[in-house]
Design a protein around this ligand. Structure first.
Ligand code: ATP
Ligand code: MN
Length: 488
């Protein structure tokens, strides 16, 4: 096997014999020559291979069609045409795999993203999806690099878990029991003691609880793994299977947590800008074309790379939930009744509210903190003072939570300082009905050598969504899992 990736060939000086292996994007025939554009996935660009008319056997020429896989050998020469420095002067062609043009679903034209979702097995062969997948790779690498460079340890938390402390009702069950004839207890319930693990188990909704165990031993850890939520949310921002990055740090308080979150996302976005210029340029053009089809007032003011630069060049706005509610209640859309959901202190903010704060009010990423205790998870550190607004009104208890909100997306990161006081933690668990026995091991961290600590979760696909400028989360993961959709 000897060949050079197209990415490398395009930067190779002319004058040597090379072999390129890849998939035919287009074939064009003129009076004197046939031009074949080949892409091998190493770059968004194709390399052009040229043969003078009559030099290729007819049955070979016939099989060079869009989608066919070929190996082409020839001399790398200076290109006659515009757009590329070099091209391959064909001396030999091997057809690895023809692709019947009558049946091959990808034609050299623009297909809708909806159509491409139906052929997710082939869409990586398009410019758009190969660009997205290369950027996704670069971002994943940047995540590991960032944490490695900053003294964090990569901790693998379990995918199958027995704790349903977090997302009861939203989990996928893992079981080897016969669904037709499950063993029953005397009360007629399913007897999970006879199941594979001798208890009920599920796919994880978060690695956080185990992440905390790691942080309280290793200091700074992060997880980066698959995460599952059986919530039936058919939105453009939710998947049933997604990848989450969860750093967890001993001795970090809320402010440190925010500083880390901001530095981290800026760093990985910068990495993409520095390392994915070609793919970003392609997606930027694609987006600009798409914008042109929209009404003037709905068009985005910034190009894709401008938007990415803007995020890394500006400080994220930090404010409390209580302050945000004030802003939202006094906002134009609230007064004109344009929000679908009304805002008052205590409600969970909807994506429309988050996006108003980010896109209209502050016009930059926002970190909201100190949310009402009632709408956040039991493990978040309780604030000592109740919240008060500028007019001196006093509201219920809050916790040291933080959500990072991004334009076009809303929540991209959710995190908090954790409750490190055993009594406060168990009291809160009792209020929300979590059995301390079920997570005795988690509570042991508070029993033995507890410490202030904090962490957050970044939904990897939401990051990829932002960086690629795509609008549907199903288009930034190779094989999306969503309600009624698990074909590929
Ligand atoms: P949302 O309110 O948007 O549903 P959440 O508050 O339920 O999110 P968290 O439990 O805080 O989410 O999870 C941390 C991060 O994981 C979120 O900030 C988001 O980036 C990502 N995330 C959560 N649920 C999903 C999902 N179903 N698909 C993709 N990413 C998700
Ligand atoms: Mn959240």
């Amino acid at each position: 096997m000897s060949y050079q990736p197209v990415k490398q060939l395009l930067q190779t000086p002319p004058g040597q014999t090379v072999t390129v292996k890849g998939w035919v994007r287009t074939k064009r025939e003129s009076k004197n020559a046939v031009f074949v554009a080949i892409n091998d996935g190493s770059t968004i660009h194709t390399i052009q291979a040229v043969a003078e008319t009559g030099t290729l056997p007819d049955d070979t020429l016939r099989l060079i069609t869009t989608g066919a896989c070929v190996a082409i050998t020839g001399e790398l020469v200076e290109s006659q045409g515009a757009g590329q420095a070099v091209e391959v002067k064909i001396t030999d062609v091997t057809i690895y795999g023809p692709a019947d043009p009558e049946k091959y679903p990808l034609q050299p034209k623009r297909h809708s993203l909806e159509f491409l979702r139906e052929i997710a097995h082939l869409r990586p062969r398009t410019n758009t999806f190969s660009a997205i997948l290369r950027i996704r790779h670069a971002l994943a690498f940047a995540v590991h690099k960032y944490y490695n460079d900053n003294g964090f340890f990569y901790l693998n938390t379990p995918i199958i878990t027995a704790s349903d402390a977090e997302g009861a009702g939203e989990m996928f069950r893992v079981s080897t029991l016969d669904p037709m004839h499950p063993p029953k207890t005397e009360e007629g319930k399913i007897d999970y003691s006879q199941d594979f693990f001798g208890r009920e188990t599920n796919l994880t909704v978060s690695g956080q609880l185990e992440g905390e165990l790691g942080a309280l031993a290793l200091g700074k850890i992060y997880t980066f793994g698959p995460t599952f939520r059986a919530e039936n949310s058919n939105t453009t921002r939710h998947l049933a299977e997604f990848w989450m990055i969860e750093p967890e740090m001993a001795f970090y308080e809320l402010e440190d947590n925010m500083a880390l979150a901001e530095d981290f996302v800026k760093s990985v976005i910068r990495y993409a800008l520095d390392n994915c210029a070609d793919d970003l340029a392609f997606l930027e053009n694609r987006l600009a074309e798409e914008e042109k089809t929209k009404k003037k007032e709905e068009q985005q003011e910034m190009t894709l790379t401008q938007k990415l630069r803007f995020v890394i060049d500006n400080d994220f706005e930090r404010l409390t939930y209580t302050e945000a509610v004030e802003i939202l209640r006094n906002s134009k859309p609230a007064k004109k009744g344009q929000f679908q959901y009304e805002v008052s202190w205590g409600v969970d903010l909807q994506s429309e509210h988050e996006r108003y704060l980010v896109e209209k009010h502050f016009k930059k990423p926002v970190i909201l903190t100190n949310y009402p205790r009632a709408i956040k998870s039991f493990y978040m550190k309780q604030d000592n003072e109740p919240a008060t607004n500028a007019r001196g009104e006093v509201f219920g208890p809050t916790v040291r939570a933080m959500d990072v909100l991004f334009p076009g997306i809303g929540e991209i990161i959710g995190g908090s300082q954790r409750e490190d006081d055993l009594d406060k933690l168990t009291a809160r668990m009792a209020e929300v009905g979590i059995d301390p026995e079920a997570i005795w091991w988690y509570l042991d961290t508070r029993r033995f050598g507890t410490a202030p600590h904090a962490g957050f979760g970044l939904g990897f696909e939401r990051l990829v969504l932002f960086v690629t400028g795509m609008s549907n989360i199903r288009d930034v993961i190779p094989f999306p899992r969503a309600p009624k959709s698990a074909e590929f």
